[in-house]
Design a protein around this ligand. Structure first.
Ligand code: F6R
Length: 346
């Protein structure tokens, strides 16, 4: 059942290129749903955990590429925001399992006043019976407790949504290249395993990203916490100097997400400030980036990966990093302690 892999998690990561293709085949259905939307002038995303991080990517994309005011609310906090719901608001629920109690509760509140869309992996799950519209993410069953391929499939759905909502053919066309880039990255597995071996005994990690890749930093840190029990903290690159820089020293490895594009230089400068404090750097960047040539621990990506699509690809490296650290520490990554695959209590 693990198809020759040691764990479900690594099998599921290796399925990601195919999951991207399968989810892209839902494009026409996404387009049909977008055509049916009533008029709205605001979007809320509601989700928990990894699905919350996918929603944050959605917020950055919709705000920057389409210009519709968008907000992401944790499902467990949603009831405190319900007074602002109205019939000009679209509320999007992201949930892999479709059974998360916090998310279902929020949907029941939202549907009384607003149009609702659920983006779900499990066919026929509870949430699909409550929402006005449903999009399936086509990741297939995910056995490992930590969400990996379902996150990727949620992102693909979000990009499709943004492409059709914003009538942005460029994004839709670029998406077609993503499965190939994902395959390429999986080939650099060995390099990531070496980095994992080097840092497995660290007690704290920081993950730094900006813009579309701030959520990537959060999700990378969540994966680390869940399956290695190491403290990992995701932070927006520009925010470090407003506090956390005080605790950075050589014992804290910092994972910097540095794709080429409009935010490159600012993020680079923020990472330089960290490096000056003596922290070990693990940089995710383009293979032709000369500015990072002297960094020892690097995970390199195709330089042609568009900045907008980087969240879909850079996270794969961070999933692998967490996986290899977990294995190095002798933990079973598929079954982290204290966690359940679907959380059916509030
Ligand atoms: C993280 C993880 C959890 C889930 C969260 C929401 O790897 O699996 O954080 O993302 O419990 O679950 P769904 O998406 O099923 O609502």
């Amino acid at each position: 059942e693990k198809g020759g892999y040691d764990h479900f998690m690594i099998k599921e990561i290796y399925e990601e290129p195919q999951v991207i293709k399968d989810t892209l085949s839902e494009a026409d259905k996404v387009h049909e749903i977008v055509k049916k939307f009533k008029k709205f002038d605001r979007i809320y995303f509601v989700a928990c955990g990894t699905s919350y991080h996918a929603s944050l990517v959605g917020e950055y994309l919709i705000e920057s590429q389409i210009g519709i005011p968008t907000e992401v609310i944790l499902a467990s906090e949603f009831e405190y925001f319900q007074k602002t719901l109205d019939d000009h608001t679209l509320v999007i629920f992201l949930t892999q399992s479709g059974e998360t109690a916090d998310t279902i509760k929020a949907l029941k509140i939202a549907k009384q006043k607003s149009e609702t869309l659920a983006i779900v992996n499990v066919v026929g799950s509870s949430i699909t019976r409550e929402a006005d519209h449903v999009i399936y993410t086509r990741a297939g069953p995910e056995i490992s407790v930590a969400a990996t391929k379902t996150y990727i499939s949620q992102l693909v759905c979000i990009y499709l949504l943004v492409g059709y909502l914003g009538e942005n053919q460029e994004i839709l066309t670029k998406l077609e290249e993503v499965p190939e880039y994902a395959e390429e990255l999986l080939d650099s597995e060995n390099q990531i395993e070496q980095i994992a071996k080097k840092y497995k005994d660290s007690k704290d990690f920081f993950y730094i990203g900006r813009g579309f890749n701030y959520p990537t930093a959060l999700e990378g840190a969540l994966k680390l916490k869940e399956i290695t029990y190491i403290h990992g903290e995701g932070y927006p690159a520009g925010e470090l100097k407003h506090g956390p820089l005080a605790l950075i020293d050589k014992n804290i490895p910092v994972v910097g997400i540095l794709p080429p594009g409009s935010s490159y230089m600012k993020t680079y400068n923020n990472l330089e400030e960290i490096r000056a404090r003596g922290a070990d750097m693990i940089i995710l960047g383009a293979s032709d980036d000369k500015m990072i040539f002297d960094i020892e621990d690097k995970i390199l990506f195709d330089p042609d990966i568009d900045e907008i699509l980087a969240p879909l690809l850079y996270i794969i490296a961070l999933q692998l990093l967490a996986y290899f650290i977990s294995v190095e520490k002798g933990i079973d990554p598929d079954k982290p302690k204290n966690l359940a695959k679907s959380v059916t209590v509030e």
